[in-house]
Ligand binder design. Structure first.
Ligand code: ZN
Ligand code: ZN
Length: 340
């Protein structure tokens, strides 16, 4: 009996395992840095499903060459810095602390990208309806509900479509030749979801102005994405500390990688670190949405709020979401390439 077949099998498995990484690429305003307005992040499953999370204002729009194929556009809430009421004027425009942005009205970067890339708009139903109308305005025909095949959306899609969810609801997405699907579940965020008035039609905007009130598009949310290699990513969205981080995200979903938004009007660096250490307890953290120039030369700036957050996290690595740097994670949330 030769032992070669076992060796060949082992090598084949090792090769397959090597390819089973999820690629995560932040699309920020300044290459190699984590900057004030950075939100947009691309996720690519080993099967090829590509998900854009919170397009926001750190992309130039649907023509941004960093985007490539986008099968799913995820949106956490309606705030302009996430839906994209503004766009980046050009790669590296302005400074890391104050990037140069221009209006993306009337459509938003999210609607433009979904329209151009034939993406599923996966988000709370009121936001999907709102952006679906914008996609219709861009393309001249309504965006239908996304077709389901065997309980999943099959990427690439033939046209932009609506995949609405409520908190707790899930959508599954797979590529045509893949045996398994990526599962995306909406989870709670402690935040609100008012839409920028610049994205409203004239009559709607004028009706809100006298009382200085805003329109809310359903609840704000986060997401848990279960990738086909076993990686379970928790996207916090903008949120304060809340108990479901522990009960739903950690205990039920067993998220092992957390992408945390660090906007200071929702969390202190102390409560953010507490969410990581005590509630979610992931194997690793990606820091995003810093609302400051968090890095200089790709390193955390001394004296920054980010530095205080990193100092407060114990027992797991904190990876900076550096623009344009692709990080690769295995099923256990170990960064196997592209992290510092
Ligand atoms: Zn917000
Ligand atoms: Zn925000």
């Amino acid at each position: 009996m030769t032992r070669w077949p076992m060796v060949v099998l082992a090598l084949a498995l090792a090769g397959a395992a090597g390819a089973q990484n999820v690629k995560i690429t932040p699309l920020g305003t300044h290459a190699g840095e984590l900057c004030d307005r950075d939100r947009a992040t691309l996720f690519e499953d080993p099967t090829g499903v590509r998900i854009l999370y919170d397009a926001g204002a750190s992309v130039t729009g649907s023509d941004d060459p960093r985007l490539g194929a986008v099968h799913v556009v995820l949106l956490s809430h309606a705030h302009g810095d996430h839906m994209g009421d503004q766009r980046l004027k050009g790669q590296g425009a302005g400074t890391c602390a104050r990037p140069e942005l221009v209006s993306a009205a009337p459509h938003s970067t999210t609607a433009e990208i979904a329209a151009a890339k034939n993406s599923a708009l996966l988000m709370m139903i009121p936001m999907a309806s709102f952006l679906g109308r914008k996609v219709e305005n861009i393309r001249g025909k309504p965006a239908p509900a996304c077709p389901q095949t065997g309980g999943a959306l099959v990427a690439p899609l033939a046209e932009p479509c609506l995949a609405g969810v409520h908190i707790g609801g899930a959508q599954r997405v797979r590529t045509a030749d893949a045996g398994s699907a990526v599962e995306i579940t909406a989870v709670t965020a402690a935040h609100e979801s008012t839409v920028s008035r610049s994205l409203l039609s004239d009559p709607e905007r004028k009706s809100l102005e006298p009382d200085n009130v805003s329109l809310t598009l359903g609840p704000s949310g986060g997401y848990v994405i279960r990738f086909t290699n076993g990686l379970v990513v928790y996207l916090s969205g903008d949120t304060g500390l809340h108990a479901e981080m522990k009960s739903i995200v950690a205990d039920y979903h067993k998220a092992n990688l957390m992408m945390l938004n660090l906007g200071p009007n929702a969390v202190t660096m102390h409560s953010a670190a507490y969410a990581v250490n005590e509630f979610v307890r992931p194997a690793a953290v990606i820091a995003s949405h810093p609302n400051e120039a968090a890095t200089a030369g790709g390193k955390v700036r001394e004296g920054s709020r980010m530095a205080a957050f990193v100092a407060g996290v114990t027992g797991r690595p904190v990876h900076m979401a550096l623009s344009g740097r692709t990080m690769e994670f295995d099923g256990g949330a170990k960064c196997v390439a592209g992290c510092q």
